[in-house]
Design a protein around this ligand. Structure first.
Ligand code: HQG
Length: 203
């Protein structure tokens, strides 16, 4: 995506996940909004984007953050919301291991209370290490956490898989978390983190 489309994508994430009222739109209870209404509202708030721009962002966004309705008339963000909507995903059995990237400065508190969802609807996990490290590096010095998701599912935690492949769960008690200390301690792994972050999924 070129820089204009990246800018549009970030703006869409902002209004479709967090602040629709910023441009005077309302999402339905499942997070959808009419594309026509969205583009009109963007234009009215100094962000004139065309239908083609929107198609580009939906198709080429690096994490496929946005989904279109079956009739192609509506759009929503596939995950990451802080506003009160119901995505309606069915529970899915997760793989045995999933990953969460965070920052070293959060570890003390994570060791105390596990992973909590904060302002979002869920704790977000990925099936691959690169994405997790890329996410973690947004918050500071990245650290990788390995989550024993299979065990969690066996004791009753519900996992969901968003339309764009992000694993979601309400919370993760620390007993199911393992830290990969070596990822950020050795020079070699610093280089790996740098490589993964530079080449990983990043908006
Ligand atoms: C941390 C991106 C202290 C947590 C990604 C994270 C993701 C704690 C931060 C999506 C904690 C929250 C979400 C505790 C969790 N004490 N810190 N007990 N429990 N944390 O941005 O996971 O690119 O809300 O580790 O792909 O970083 O936007 O969550 O560091 O799917 O499409 O609190 O955002 O998607 O930060 O990222 P966030 P996240 P997009």
């Amino acid at each position: 995506m070129d820089s204009r489309n990246i800018q549009f994508s970030k703006f869409l994430s902002f209004v479709l996940r967090h602040r629709p009222e910023e441009i005077g739109i309302k999402l339905d209870s499942n997070g959808w909004v009419s594309i026509a209404d969205l583009l009109n509202a963007c234009a009215a708030h100094g962000k004139p984007f065309s239908l083609e721009d929107l198609g580009n962002v939906v198709a080429n966004n690096n994490k496929k953050r946005f989904a279109l309705s079956e009739d192609g008339q509506k759009i929503r963000a596939s995950q990451g919301h802080s506003i009160d909507i119901e995505l309606g995903y069915d529970p899915v059995i997760p793989p045995e291991l999933l990953y969460h990237g965070t920052a070293t400065r959060f570890l003390k508190s994570i060791r105390r209370e596990g992973l909590v969802k904060g302002s979002r609807h869920h704790v977000h996990l990925s099936a691959d290490i690169g994405t997790a490290l890329s996410v973690g590096s947004r918050h500071g010095k990245a650290v990788l956490l390995k989550i024993r998701a299979g065990e969690m599912a066996k004791v009753g935690f519900a996992f969901y898989l968003s339309a764009n492949g992000v694993w979601l769960v309400e919370r993760i008690p620390f007993e199911f978390i393992e830290e990969f200390d070596q990822i950020f301690n050795s020079t070699q792994n610093q280089a790996l983190v740098k490589f993964l972050v530079e080449n990983g999924a990043k908006q």
